[in-house]
Design a protein around this ligand. Structure first.
Ligand code: PXP
Length: 237
């Protein structure tokens, strides 16, 4: 069974909308652990739009399951990662104007920089995963550069229309997954996975980790809102 990494960035996004102290992603991580999360995933972006340096520091001290830091090959963030020593780093592309990570990392087009960052992170004792589109050239380059794992980008699958288009994306993910494993790397997947579309991806052979954020946090709001309103009504009364 694949392990579940819960991405808590969206909790920090709500906090940063008011630049206040709540909701705290550190609390959210503890609750996710209580719920059975096998890992906590966070993305320290160059622009600090949601997760802050303080969150990473506190999460490193408090998370007892796998701590997975999503990060770009940005020099400052690489230095922070080497100091913080998450259990795993997942290298992602990053553009300031994007709403979320939009495509996989172009490792084939940035061999030198990505190779250097992989080496520095591994030297610091951090397992390195690369977030890649299911494209042979990208997977082969990841293996050549010594990546430990590949997280296949499931965004195209998640966005595809139900039926044949989605099935085609699943076939591509399955073939890419075989290629990742044949090259000796560990297989992860994530992005855009929901309660409706996760099952076929979880069933891909050899998949060991799924990273899911938005859908879980969206559901948490919906299943928790009634109680939150009730509690406020009681206080007002
Ligand atoms: N994996 C990676 C590499 C990501 O960048 C993200 C988004 O931060 C996720 C997984 C989780 O995506 P979602 O929030 O759509 O579940």
């Amino acid at each position: 069974m694949a392990e579940l990494g819960v991405n808590i960035d969206h909790v920090a996004t709500v906090r940063q909308a008011r630049r206040t102290y709540e909701p705290d992603p550190v609390w959210a991580a503890a609750l996710a652990e209580l719920g059975g999360a096998d890992g906590i995933t966070l993305h320290l972006r160059e622009d600090r739009r949601h997760i802050l340096d303080r969150d990473l520091e506190l999460l490193r001290q408090t998370v007892t399951v796998k701590l997975n830091l999503e990060m770009a090959c940005d020099e400052e963030v690489v230095r922070i990662a080497c100091n913080a020593k998450p259990d795993q780093a997942t290298l992602v592309p990053e553009r300031r104007e994007e709403v979320t990570t939009e495509g996989g990392l172009d490792v084939a087009g940035n061999r030198q920089r990505v190779g250097e960052v992989i080496g520095r992170l591994q030297e610091a004792g951090i397992v390195v995963s690369l977030f890649l589109d299911p494209v042979d050239e990208q997977i082969d380059t990841a293996a050549q550069l010594g990546a430990d794992a590949v997280e296949l980008h499931t965004g195209a699958y998640a966005l595809a229309a139900r039926g044949n288009p989605q099935q085609e994306q699943l076939v591509a993910l399955t073939a890419a997954g075989q290629r990742v494993r044949a090259a000796g790397m560990v297989l992860h997947a994530g992005h855009g996975l929901t309660y409706r579309n996760v099952k076929p991806v979880a069933q891909i052979e050899g998949i060991t980790e799924l990273n899911i954020g938005h859908s879980i946090i969206a559901r948490a709001i919906m299943v928790g809102l009634q109680q939150a309103v009730r509690e406020m009504k009681q206080l007002i009364a």
